[in-house]
Design a binder for this molecule. Sequence first.
Ligand code: GDP
Length: 300
Amino acid sequence: GKKGWRDRLRGSAFARTLGGLFSRNPRLDDDLLDEIETALITADVGVTATTQLIQDLRKRMKAREFADAGGLLRALRQDLLAILAPVAVPLEIDPKAGPFVLLTVGVNGVGKTTTIGKLAKRFKDEGRPLMLAAGDTFRAAAVAQLQAWGERNGVPVVAQGQNADAASVAFDALQAAKARGTQVLIADTAGRLHTQQGLMAELGKIKRVLQKLDPGAPHEVLMVIDGTTGQNALSQLRQFHAAVGVTGLVVTKLDGTAKGGVVFALAREFGIPIRYAGIGERPEDLRVFDAQSFVDALLP
Ligand code: GDP
């Protein structure tokens, strides 16, 4: 549902600066544009996107298209929506994929493990037979966390011993999922290895091994990105995309102090669908990404 977005994003830098700006009933002039520009840059919308947005608004202001600051705000809303609308494409599970394989990637700490739990709960509530693969074999805690989650929720988790080969775990899991007629397999992966090249090589290997059993797998390479990491998120996505071909994004931690604006920078630079947004720690806080709810929550 659309409920809760505004509540959860109220504290974001984006909502706060723009809210403060427009609560002072500003005049429609160049100073207002300068302040909006600063707010967008501060919120990590990125210099290129911000410059484009401000140029568009300035041109339209000069052409007397806006009667007042409120008119300009409505135009900004439209412009922001236009950036996000093309990437607000929900994930569709093909129930005939046999199983639909979701490979989750992302660096440690972004919320990957909790996102897997939230997604698994969602799929389970939708009545989809489900299995998890504990592929972050580099972190014993990640394997234990998934196993505990699986036990609590009655979802089978395929795991091997610590430091097992992640590709072998993925292969086992897909084989087991096929044998059981599972509809969805969510495979976790490491978020850190001894080296960055080592990690990218491992992810590539997992993908190739899955394709031996099903040329269509993984059906989704879902990258989890921490919305508070700003422009860093862009370089992370660039790297993972080059290594495994990311097909969908989850942007987490958009609640609280998140800069949030990085969502626009991600959308503009990559055009990769944003499937879900994390706007809190509860399971129901992982929302299907909705451009309108998001933009509405950020603007006064
Ligand atoms: P991982 O290392 O990527 O597996 O990260 P975890 O799944 O362990 O999550 C790291 C922390 O981020 C945990 O404390 C989560 O509760 C928290 N977290 C994840 N998603 C969100 C979110 O959308 N909002 C907030 N506020 N916290 C989140």
